[in-house]
Design a protein around this ligand. Structure first.
Ligand SMILES: *[C@@H]1O[C@H](CO)[C@@H](O)[C@H](O)[C@H]1NC(C)=O
Ligand SMILES: [Zn+2]
Length: 260
């Protein structure tokens, strides 16, 4: 699947892309990248990339700081230690063989109706939340679970920063997901912890598999088949770019396919 994964930040695998990103109207993932950002990301990748073998032999584990936000005293958004551990385990299963390994360093719990509802891409709420809670340095992964109640996109399940952002804005670095997407959560079809795996993919420098459509560079990973658009559900024989080799990569975590 993914041949080059990076330590975001230490060295990240980023992919050369010519086309602007397709922006989807209703998507679970709120991570979008502009053409400008993509060019910066390519440059960053070119100077920081490491080979897969290099990553496997030199990389140590990624420290994870997990921050749960609950809405109020009724504890909406509560995530138990058991669920946090299951999520870290799922992450490690999904990244097995990639050279990346995740170790939980600390879990913080905060009650904040404001952050629970108003932390979403580019919001003031998310900036305040990260400013208060972020721990560690550029190579450490901070994960925040919230409710996205005030987000414009009612389907939003997560978003992430890219490795190329970290130098200019360490405080913003990290991944935010809906608490119901964690393993065993209430978001049917999206509750196996794979939303976080997808967002951590962005954090490590990966793009969507359908980036740029059939004629674009896709995710820039050589063995990912071309894909016209995001997949809904799990259509096994989907072939949205019939003139190009391979069926759609619906099993790739960087698509939007799901189990329902
Ligand atoms: C976890 O983070 C909290 C909040 O910053 C801090 O008080 C605590 O000492 C940390 N625990 C560990 C084990 O690092
Ligand atoms: Zn995404």
């Amino acid at each position: 699947m993914i041949l080059y994964l990076f330590f975001a930040h230490i060295a990240s695998s980023y992919l050369a892309l010519a086309n602007p990103v397709a922006i989807l109207s209703a998507s679970q993932c709120g991570t979008h990248i502009s053409t400008e950002k993509m060019i910066a990301a390519e440059k960053h990748f070119a100077t920081n990339k490491v080979s897969f073998d290099g990553l496997r032999t030199t990389a140590s584990a990624v420290n994870v700081y997990f921050h749960t936000i609950e809405k109020d005293s009724k504890r909406e958004g509560y995530v138990s230690d058991a669920v946090v551990n299951k999520q870290i385990q799922a992450l490690n299963e999904h990244y097995a063989g990639s050279g990346m390994r995740f170790v939980l360093k600390n879990t913080t719990r905060t009650i904040s109706a404001d952050w629970f509802s108003s932390a979403f891409p580019k919001s003031n709420g998310q900036a305040a939340m990260k400013k208060h809670l972020r721990q560690g340095g550029a190579s450490d992964l901070n994960i925040y679970t919230v409710g996205f109640e005030n987000a414009e996109n009612p389907d939003l399940l997560g978003y992430a920063t890219f490795p190329s952002d970290v130098k200019s804005d360490l405080e913003d670095d990290g991944v935010v997901v809906h608490y119901s997407s964690l393993p065993g959560g209430s978001k049917k079809g999206y509750n196996e912890g794979k939303i976080l795996t997808h967002e951590v993919g962005h954090w490590a420098g990966l793009l969507h598999t359908f980036q740029g459509g059939c004629e674009g560079e896709g995710d820039g990973v050589a063995d990912t088949p071309a894909q016209a658009s995001a997949t809904k559900g799990c259509p096994e024989k989907r072939d949205s770019c019939p003139d190009q080799p391979g069926l759609d990569p619906i099993n790739n975590f960087m698509d939007y396919s799901n189990t329902e």
